[in-house]
Design a protein around this ligand. Structure first.
Ligand code: ADP
Length: 685
């Protein structure tokens, strides 16, 4: 642990100008230090976990980017300092200046350092002047980009100088491709950053992203806390990060650490920051080039905390309070290996597009040794498109890399978010990739292997293993039996054990439709047959948000939630939403030609509630024939065409399968029925 100080300089109250997992993480440290915490929240976040975790909370009518509202919140709550987290106002120098004007401490670097590093061209010039290697290239307005590209050799990367988040970056493989890439990057840069200035860099082959955590105080001390490797990225966004890097040897590590400290000194840095390098994984000696510095706490900072045993937020606060760093470079010791995975509300199979929904059930790993979960999730919360789709981070530590990866995988397997599709199964597939386990990483790995990773993410049973629809049908069947309660006629005879009739559930899941037959009561033991598979003995034990499903003697535990008629099941980090066919809907192939042949079928498994006609009765098209009920939903079954009720196969109180024949309506003999009486009827009198 860190040497303690007198503590007199530490703040009494700190406002956290952020939301989600990072707000909660900062509040945790504030609590540990005995500092009062103030949360701020947008209207969408009024019920969020960070609001409840803080000692005080102040509403921001215009949201987290509203500089004056955050300043006013600090004034009203008596906060002496503001921690901005990452994103939002973290690198907003106008905000940092407003804090200074108001006499509130901004927990971050001086505005001048943020500005110097906020622009890639200026940043590269500043650190290169301090002797830090930068990627060979050229920058506007001094260089002609084509000349510079010819000098450093193709392929080259065109980047917006004001860029971030990988936006507008384009590779040009040949001189012919360069003008098009420049034009397109310039358009994006102007639109996204309001600054069209570009730079070009040699495109590093087999690139690995390795960054150094630095820490500087206001007394001239600058140290580094070692590296993090963040080469596993999709669309230039990190998803798995680890410390230390499996690539670096001690000599390279030392050299990069010294370069990072020099880069921080070059801009008068104070606080916690990250110096990012691109490392030529394929070149001998793995030269490391500075690419940019992030002047804030990073999403992936926990891996550094787990290997160094330091609390970076505590160190940020101490530095902001004017204390000298409580440790020197030789005091920094790395122990073991830590790996972080970012859980996103996104669909890897649909180009990682964000998903959303309401969190119907939530399970996060607890009881996993050396696993840390930084999460902003709560059951019932809505995940929408207002904010970044990152939901949580799962971080595992172990003495060695192999065990850290296994622990992380197990922890992800214990992560279930029902109601909001996530990337958890994809993350697990990625952790199992042979190159990932061997530490052969590169920023292109995910793109190169996307197909195989997506297939692996589905698991051996494919997108919908057969036992999943079987489990869902058991849950629906059980739910139906429970809701029927002790209403004597509503409990279908067929469900008494021993004299059971088959009920068919037609379920749609991930675009597939599958019929599952169930016979008997799931809670007491029954039989189930999914698709063409033979029937097997089954049993369901359901309590709270979990369903234990036994199929043919093998029990599987699922997280389970019902949302309307849809059953959500989750296990091993994967989740499925299974929707039974609703009244009035027909699955593919169900009751084909129902209206044409006059056969009237049940739209769902249920109970006949009412029969409104008698055999031989004349009916008009659309006239109600019967009412079928399931799960308290009533559905009126109507005549598909005008005619005579030729057969009536149902009586009130009778259980019926989906698609069971209820009645047959036959057209009346020529000239007698209303259907044939129209003016266009060929056989008219
Ligand atoms: P941004 O600020 O938009 O995030 P960066 O300069 O940090 O842009 O680059 C983002 C990512 O792009 C890096 O993590 C790396 O994967 C890749 N990258 C950046 N520069 C190069 C380069 N010269 N050669 C190859 N890949 C690069």
């Amino acid at each position: 642990m860190l040497p303690t100080t007198s503590g007199t300089s530490m703040f009494g109250t700190v406002l956290v100008a952020n939301r989600g997992e990072i707000a909660l993480r900062v509040i945790r440290t504030l609590r540990r230090l005995g500092v009062r915490s103030v949360a701020v929240y947008s209207d969408a976040d009024a019920g969020a976990a960070h609001v409840r975790a803080a000692d005080t909370a102040v509403r921001l009518p215009s949201g987290y980017l509203a500089v004056e509202e955050v300043i006013a919140a600090a004034r009203r709550s008596g906060a002496q300092a503001i921690h901005p987290g990452y994103g939002f106002l973290a690198e907003n120098t106008a905000f940092a200046r407003r804090c200074a004007e108001e006499g509130v401490v901004f927990v971050g670097p001086p505005a001048a350092a943020v500005e110097a590093m906020g622009d890639k061209i200026r940043a590269k010039a500043a650190v290169a002047a301090a002797g830090v290697p930068v990627v060979p290239g050229g920058a506007e307005p001094h260089d002609d980009l084509l000349e510079a590209a010819l000098r450093v050799g193709f392929p080259v990367l065109v980047k917006p100088s004001a860029g971030g988040g990988g936006k507008g970056m384009l590779v040009a493989r040949t001189a012919g491709e360069l003008p098009g890439a420049i034009e397109s990057a310039r358009r994006t840069a102007a639109a996204a950053f309001g600054d069209a200035t570009l730079l070009i860099e040699r495109y590093i082959a087999g690139p690995r992203h390795i960054e150094i955590q630095v820490l500087a105080d206001a007394h001239g001390n600058v140290i580094h806390l070692g590296e993090r490797e963040c080469s596993l990225q999709r669309r230039h966004q990190k998803i798995i990060e680890e410390a230390p890097s499996p690539l670096l040897d001690e000599e390279t590590r030392r050299r990069m650490g010294e370069d990072a400290v020099r880069a921080a000194r070059a801009v008068g840095y104070v606080g916690a920051g990250t110096v990012e390098f691109i490392v030529a994984g394929d070149e001998p000696g793995h030269p490391a080039y500075f690419i940019e510095m992030n002047t804030r706490l990073q999403v992936e900072h926990p891996v550094t905390e787990m290997v160094t045993g330091l609390d970076l937020v505590e160190l940020q606060l101490r530095v902001a309070a004017g204390e000298p760093l409580p440790l020197a470079q030789p005091d920094v010791r790395a122990n073991g290996h830590a790996v972080e995975a970012r859980v996103y509300a996104e669909d890897p199979a649909r180009d990682f597009l964000p998903t959303g929904g309401r969190v119907l059930a939530l399970e996060e790993p607890d009881d996993h040794p050396h696993v840390r979960v930084d999460s902003g999730l709560t059951p019932g919360m809505a995940v929408g498109s207002d904010y970044d789709p990152m939901l949580s981070k799962v971080i595992a530590w172990a003495p060695d890399r192999a065990l850290a990866l296994r622990r992380l995988d197990a922890a992800l397997g214990a992560t279930t978010v029902l109601g909001v599709p996530t990337n958890v199964a994809f993350l697990r597939a990625l952790l199992a990739d042979p190159d990932v386990t061997a530490g052969r990483l590169s920023t292109g790995l995910i793109d190169q292997r996307l197909g195989a990773l997506l297939a692996a993410a589905q698991g051996p049973g494919g997108p919908v293993p057969g036992e999943v629809p079987a489990a869902a049908a058991l849950v629906l069947h059980d739910e139906l039996a429970r809701r029927a309660g002790d209403d004597p006629w509503a409990v279908p005879d067929g469900w008494r054990v021993g004299e059971a009739a088959w009920t068919t559930w037609r379920l749609t899941v991930r675009g597939e439709t599958i019929d599952v037959r169930v016979r008997g009561l799931p809670a007491a033991g029954c039989e189930v047959a999914a698709g063409d598979a033979p029937a097997v003995p089954a049993r369901l034990d359901r309590s709270g948000g979990e369903a234990r499903v036994t199929l043919d003697g093998v029990t599987t535990r699922y997280a389970c939630a019902l949302d309307g008629g849809t059953v959500w099941l989750g296990r091993d980090g994967a989740s499925w939403a299974l929707t039974p066919h609703r009244p009035g809907e027909r699955g593919a192939g169900a009751g084909a030609g129902a209206a044409g042949d006059g056969v009237v079928r049940s739209p769902m498994p249920g109970t006949v509630l009412l029969v409104k006609v008698v055999p031989g009765e004349r009916v008009a098209e659309g006239q109600p024939l019967l009412v079928v009920e399931a799960m308290k939903m009533e559905h009126t079954v109507a005549a598909p065409a005008a005619g005579i009720v030729a057969e009536l196969a149902a009586r009130a109180g009778q259980p019926v399968d989906m698609d069971a024949v209820l009645a047959v309506v036959r057209p009346e003999p020529d000239g007698e029925g209303p259907a044939q009486a129209g003016p266009d009827a060929e056989g008219g009198a």
